[in-house]
Design a binder for this molecule. Structure first.
Ligand SMILES: Nc1ncnc2c1ncn2[C@@H]1O[C@H](COP(=O)(O)OP(=O)(O)OP(=O)(O)O)[C@@H](O)[C@H]1O
Ligand SMILES: [Mg+2]
Length: 248
């Protein structure tokens, strides 16, 4: 079982977008996946995964209202499982983040993906502490890069492996160079700025389901196959291949 936290320094960089699509991609490759909304204060992973009807959340387990983990795990129509977060403020106050570790130990899937809170506050660090591997998502704007540096420093200090640096919302080659230069780390996955991401979120259908032959879909599927040790190679359609070869 691999526990992978998807984190960032700044909010709104695309962690939830990436987490959901990575879960879909790994599932397509035959892996069992549980995606957990570990963004305890502003949860929305389940909604973005198209999962609208849930009654229990991870907060019910963390606050000891529920002790049976199967009651907070839901199967999505895309094959992976999801553990929703709660947007109820009272349940947030009751949540015991320490119980989170116990929760993770009980899940038996091959991959557990934690869609975390941004930054280095208590809940973000708790997710990082509970994961062996960390994926940092960053955007090309300087505040996102500066905040990412802080998260990377925290990971280094507590000996957590940065599995990958994902540059999201990229619109030119220089963006990637800027990120690599400032963070002194290689970008492992480049995801372009794409207006259709918003559509997919509004429709509550994962991007790679809606646009399976897009550049973004092939990038995430190739990354998932690298993670899972499968030797598939996904290629975007000719139009997107040519389009992005100019500036990525
Ligand atoms: N590659 C992209 N191209 C265009 N828009 C994007 C891209 N990735 C994400 N977005 C947009 O950015 C916004 C934030 O995405 P998302 O909710 O995944 O970020 P987040 O890091 O999870 O935010 P939070 O820190 O609040 O949890 C969404 O409106 C989404 O549509
Ligand atoms: Mg999010």
């Amino acid at each position: 079982m691999r526990v992978i936290a998807i984190t960032s320094g700044k909010g709104g960089v695309g962690k939830t977008f990436f987490s959901v699509n990575l879960a879909v991609a790994l599932t397509k490759l035959g892996k069992s996946v549980t995606l957990i909304d570990a963004n305890f204060t502003t949860p929305n992973t389940a909604l973005i995964s198209g999962y609208l009807t849930f009654f229990n959340t991870i907060h019910d387990y963390l606050s000891e209202r529920i002790n049976d983990i199967s009651k907070v795990i839901y199967k999505t129509s895309y094959g992976f499982k999801i553990v929703p977060g709660s947007i109820d403020l009272n349940s947030m106050i009751d949540a015991r983040i320490e119980r989170f570790n116990l929760f993770l130990e009980k899940i038996k899937d091959e991959f557990i993906i934690l869609d975390t809170a941004a930054g280095i506050g208590r809940e973000a660090v708790s997710s990082i502490m509970n994961s062996k591997e960390i994926i940092v998502v960053v955007n090309p704007d300087i505040s996102s890069i500066i905040d990412a540096k802080r998260v990377i420093e925290v990971c280094n200090r507590i000996d957590k492996k940065i599995l990958a640096l994902v540059a999201n919302k990229i619109s030119k080659k220089e963006d990637v160079k800027k990120i690599e230069k400032y963070l002194n780390l290689e970008v492992n996955l480049i995801l372009p700025e794409d207006k259709r991401v918003k559509d997919s979120i509004e429709k509550r259908i994962p991007f790679i389901e809606l646009y399976p032959s897009s550049y973004i879909a092939s990038q995430i599927l190739n990354f998932a196959s690298y993670l899972s040790g499968e030797l598939y190679e996904f290629k975007p359609n000719l139009f997107e291949r040519i389009k992005y070869s100019f500036y990525l």
